[in-house]
Design a protein around this ligand. Structure first.
Ligand code: NAD
Ligand code: UFG
Length: 330
């Protein structure tokens, strides 16, 4: 297949591009580089032997995106492009609604116009809100606590409504749990600028002494050790899920959780990182972070049944690969 990957120089996008190429697909990337670097293309080439065609274009710019559809014939679209910082979305909601929703609308409109019938969308476990774990795809979606989460729920709705009246247009909605880790080459991964919001990037900055100490947000949750429980998934396993999702997309709307199905606490992840890399991570317990829930993990059985997909990498792999990437990108 010839696949348009929006956000393909980003964290999950770049790993997915590598797996798409390995599976024999051609890739065209569109990214405005608001949260990624052009050098990622060279790294993708080093890993896969192929430098994908790249357009430095914003997905909210309908005319410029359409120009790309005029130059290429696509069999499918994988739409990663979006802003993703939960806290920032609370302070600049309009920027988040505009960027994430207009990008989804533009790409869907062009998919219909140019008869690109396979559309895979990056959603998030955040759409489940706070309900009983494990989360399964047939559960009702609950309002999220932030505009970022709402853009995911709204984009899902836009795509479902569009697919329901355009019978050739097939949509796969992938709800990611907590992607972490990096490519085993150490070439691509995630290392946000400034102070990270998420747990693994924070741990990796403490490990290389860019930050002094990890704050653990609360140890009084109703979880085995009192700290928040999440379902961490290695980004390479996640990337492989996208390849299967687009290759096997046949129903009008398919929705899959992409997670390991295992709940891991903050302290368990911290200990795994220490064990995997033989580095001590200093930490202190602080107040809960506003908007956090106690537990989030997947019922991942549907993706296994329908796509034959499951995770293979362990928590130790996630910690080792994260540290390898952090060290090689100091
Ligand atoms: P990322 O920021 O590394 O990648 C997103 C990419 O999209 C970046 O390269 C950015 O430059 C680009 N982009 C943003 N807005 C754009 C626009 N208007 N036009 C063109 N390019 C644009 O993030 P990621 O972690 O790789 O996430 C990819 C997708 O998965 C996002 O939609 C995100 O919301 C979703 N997601 C991520 C997580 C996670 O924890 N990383 C969890 C659930 C869902
Ligand atoms: N945590 C800490 N200290 C930190 C950062 C996080 O203790 O410095 C804790 C949190 O309280 C939580 C756990 O670590 O219990 C995981 O937090 P993350 O910020 O890494 O991840 P979240 O589950 O809160 O959110 C992430 C993404 C969202 C996405 C959600 C579900 O940031 O965009 O997963 O996919 F919606």
């Amino acid at each position: 297949m010839n696949i348009l990957v929006s956000g393909g120089t980003g964290y999950i996008g770049s790993h997915t591009v590598v797996e798409l190429i390995a599976a024999g697909h051609s890739v065209v990337i569109v990214d405005n580089l608001v949260n990624s670097k052009i050098e990622t293309l060279d790294k993708i080439e080093k890993i896969s032997g192929v430098k994908p065609t790249f357009y430095h274009v914003d997905c909210t710019d309908l005319d410029k995106i359409e120009a790309i559809f005029k130059l290429h014939t696509f069999d499918g679209i994988i739409h990663f492009a979006g802003l993703k910082a939960v806290g920032e979305s609370v302070t600049i909601p309009l920027a988040y609604y505009y960027n994430n929703l207009v990008s989804t609308i533009n790409l869907s409109q062009l998919a219909l116009k140019y008869k690109v019938n396979k559309f895979v969308f990056s959603s998030s476990a955040t759409v489940y809100g706070d309900q009983k774990v494990p989360f399964s795809e047939d559960m009702a979606l609950l309002p999220t606590t932030n505009p970022y989460g709402e853009t995911k729920a709204m984009s899902e709705r836009i795509l479902r409504d569009t697919a329901s009246v355009n019978k050739d247009f097939h949509v796969s909605i992938l709800r990611y749990f907590n992607p972490v880790g990096a490519h085993s080459s150490g070439l691509i991964g995630e290392s946000p600028n400034g102070i990270p919001n998420n747990l693994m990037p924070y741990i990796q900055k403490v490990a290389n002494k860019k930050l002094p100490i990890l704050s653990v947000y609360g140890n009084d949750y109703d979880t085995p050790d009192g700290t928040g429980v999440r379902d961490y998934i290695h980004v390479v396993d996640l990337a492989k899920g996208h390849v299967l999702a687009i290759e096997k997309l046949v129903d009008p709307v398919e929705i899959y959780n992409l997670g390991s199905g295992d709940g891991v606490s903050v302290l368990e992840l911290l200990t795994a990182f220490e064990t995997a890399n033989k580095i001590e991570i200093p930490y202190k317990i602080v107040d809960r972070r506003a908007g956090d829930i106690a537990s989030s993990y997947a019922d991942a059985s549907k993706a296994y049944k329908k796509l034959g997909w499951k995770t293979h990498k362990t928590l130790i792999d996630m910690c080792k690969d994260t540290w390898k990437f952090e060290k090689s990108n100091k």
